[in-house]
Design a binder for this molecule. Structure first.
Ligand SMILES: *Cc1c(COP(=O)(O)O)cnc(C)c1O
Length: 399
């Protein structure tokens, strides 16, 4: 098959909607357009039935009860609801929150907002391999701790956290445990009972579902999690998330999660094999490169590499025909090195010289070969143009 450019290798940022997901969604935009809250006619019943079927399917894939799934606009909102909702509703139990330093900004910025409201937050550092040490969580506990939030898998370096051990610590101490599983759903198996999870965030567009939909799992028994809503309104979703339900998106989310679950084993092994091919092709053909974060346990589709004496932004500009992400994040107008890479101990220069490769459902071996070739070529040229000086070469000098 001929190679088609540009190549998409940024599947941690978002994924395209799988055609089977789109097909499932389509009728709910037009013929089956009812409001799931309309209880007086068949249009409403049809929508409600679709929503409840989706809710049950999503719940089943993580070992939850349907009633424990609250639909949100995405993982950002689910994270906000988990942290703010839990801390605000449980002020009588304490005012201390524990998060890791490599959480997504939806968690970190929620924690910072809560600090302004008087909540004490401990940011537990991670080890240089990108893993949270459960003992560090244990040491951070106080008798005022209400909630621990540690992501299942990291969106930049793909490291999979010891969530079961952390869940166990939380359960022993009667503390709630939240995990952002946006990147992990459909790639590794998660069971909210085995893993002792009380709250779990997920997102549609990271699993070949639509953008603008996600969910928060909220445990109802042993323990029952008390939450305060962020939105006031019609009282949908057990009063936890008011707003008319986006039925097509919910149907799509469920179909996407079911598909990912069905194909998990085969997809994971295929993507890990391609990822390893990419890694070896880069490591064997370049000096001054290293993988950020441990390779095991790691998401099968993730690779994150630091290139010495390279500016990641310059590299991405030079490799225009491949969609990748660098180890920098644009916050406001400035480009800053990724907080995740700094948290695992990379100097700012290496963090800025890091590239994230995200493989996905449609990544081919031809694409991997091409990307590896381009990376090796461009790193070589950039280093020749500016020996010892990272990133000063104008990108257009390469083309
Ligand atoms: C993408 C992502 C989010 C945000 O999800 P949205 O649905 O886009 O709001 C949160 N956490 C992690 C780990 C993510 O990868």
């Amino acid at each position: 098959m001929a190679l088609k450019l540009p190549i998409y290798m940024d599947y941690h940022a978002t994924t395209p909607v799988d055609p089977r997901v789109l097909e499932a969604m389509m009728p709910f935009f037009s013929e089956k357009f009812g409001n799931a809250a309309s209880v007086t006619h068949v249009f409403g019943w049809e929508a409600q039935e679709a929503v409840e079927k989706a809710r049950a399917q999503i719940a089943a894939t993580i070992g939850a009860e349907p009633k424990e799934i609250i639909f949100t606009s995405g993982a950002t909102e689910a994270d906000n609801l988990a942290l703010k909702g839990t801390m605000r509703a449980n002020a009588h139990r304490g005012n201390h929150l524990i998060v890791s330093t490599i959480e997504h900004n939806a968690v970190l910025d929620s924690a910072r907002r809560l600090e302004k409201e008087g909540i004490e937050v401990t940011y537990v550092p991670v080890r240089s391999d990108g893993l949270v040490d459960p003992d560090a969580i244990r040491r951070a506990l106080t008798d005022r701790t209400v909630l621990i939030s540690v992501m299942t898998a990291n969106n930049e370096i793909g490291t999979i956290q010891p969530i079961r051990a952390i869940g166990q610590i939380a359960r022993e101490r009667g503390i709630y445990f939240h995990t952002d599983a946006s990147q992990a759903i459909g790639k590794i198996s998660i069971d909210v009972n085995d893993d002792q999870i009380d709250l779990l965030s997920l997102s549609g567009h990271k699993v070949y579902g639509p953008k603008g939909i996600g969910a928060l799992y909220v445990r109802r028994h042993k323990p029952r999690v008390k939450l305060a809503a962020l939105l006031d309104g019609g009282g949908h979703e057990q009063r936890l998330r008011s707003g008319t339900l986006p039925v097509p998106l919910i149907v799509g989310l469920a179909r996407a999660i079911m598909l990912a679950r069905e194909m998990m084993e085969i997809e994971s092994s295929q993507q890990a094999a391609l990822r390893d091919l990419l890694m070896h092709a880069i490591l064997e053909n370049l000096d001054g490169v290293r993988v950020n974060g441990t390779m095991n346990p790691r998401l099968p589709n993730n690779l994150n590499i630091a290139f010495e004496k390279i500016d990641g932004e310059a590299m991405l500009t030079a490799i225009k025909d491949v969609a990748l992400s660098s180890g920098s994040a644009c916050s406001s107008a400035e480009v800053e090195p990724s907080h995740v890479l700094l948290a695992i101990g990379l100097p700012a220069e290496l963090a800025s010289g890091s590239i994230r490769f995200g493989l996905g459902r449609w990544t081919t071996e031809e694409e991997v070969d091409y990307v590896a070739g381009r990376v090796v070529e461009v790193v070589g040229s950039l280093r020749r143009l500016a020996p010892g000086r990272p990133g000063v070469a104008p990108a257009n000098a390469l083309n």
